[in-house]
Ligand binder design. Structure first.
Ligand SMILES: Cc1cc2nc3c(=O)[nH]c(=O)nc-3n(C[C@H](O)[C@H](O)[C@H](O)COP(=O)(O)O)c2cc1C
Length: 229
């Protein structure tokens, strides 16, 4: 039996109220995903979450805690990690479920953010592979001309990484590397992380992360008269 839903009336759903797909891969820096979940749920957003198989191993290595496989338990797990018990909608999908809603171009979303994004996933998306749900969802965003934003995390980048990232940028993917800024006066690790999360969500025009945005010089040096040492 197939699972289809039809709508005959003209939908007025704005892009911003549609679900955002959050892909999480086995790159270091799962805190980026946790902070994004926190701010999106606090802003009452709907998240369709898919974590790659490797994410489970990296989570254990980084946090010494097991991430549940069961999707209902996983929703509770992410809410707990993000410190947001209620609010917003969070639906988790198993990595192997290529029959999930987000595997289809007919499912309407505002795009997909992959954060953190491993070099393996970068390579697979650049090659057009869809070997799990995360890669399939990314491939679908590309073929549908939807927004796909990657937050790659690796250092240093090899020539192959750079070529794959370039191929994706040429295909219209926004590349927002996990590189924090220092001009917003960060005091904590979260401040540094949140800068990257805010810039990634900016690509969807989602302004839900409290951030000291650059507002111009407060104390502008007079470059004509002052001596710069
Ligand atoms: C603790 C740990 C940290 C890792 N950090 C990174 C990383 O920062 N970037 C990266 O590209 N791969 C990293 N890897 C390797 C990926 O997890 C590995 O390439 C995996 O196959 C990625 O699969 P995925 O893209 O499907 O999640 C890390 C692995 C472990 C165990």
């Amino acid at each position: 039996m197939t699972s289809l839903s039809s709508s005959h009336s003209l939908s007025t759903t704005s892009n911003k109220t549609r679900p955002l797909i959050l892909g999480i891969t086995g790159a270091s820096g799962l805190i980026y995903a946790v902070r994004a979940i926190k701010f999106l749920l606090e802003a009452d957003a709907t998240i369709e979450l898919v974590a790659s198989k490797s994410t489970y191993m990296v989570w254990q290595a980084e946090q010494q805690v097991r991430m549940p496989l069961d999707v209902v338990q996983q929703e509770q797990f992410w809410r707990q990690q993000a410190g947001v018990e209620s609010g917003g909608k969070l639906r988790c999908h198993p990595w192997g479920d290529v029959g999930a809603t987000i595997a289809s171009g007919s499912y309407r979303t505002q795009g997909m953010l992959i954060m953190p994004c491993s070099m393996s996933t970068v390579a697979k998306i650049a090659a057009g592979l869809s070997s799990d749900l995360l890669e399939r969802a990314a491939d679908v965003q590309l073929k549908e001309g939807k927004k796909l934003v990657l937050v790659p995390r690796e250092t240093p980048f090899s020539l192959i990484h750079l070529r794959n990232l370039t191929a994706l940028a040429e295909a219209g993917v926004r590349i927002v590397p996990a590189i924090p800024a220092w001009y917003h006066n960060p005091q904590t690790v979260e401040d540094l992380v949140d800068f990257v999360v805010a810039r990634a969500l900016d690509q969807f025009d989602l302004d839900c992360v409290p951030l000291n945005r650059w507002a111009g010089h407060l104390d502008r040096p007079d470059l004509e008269t002052e001596e710069i040492s």
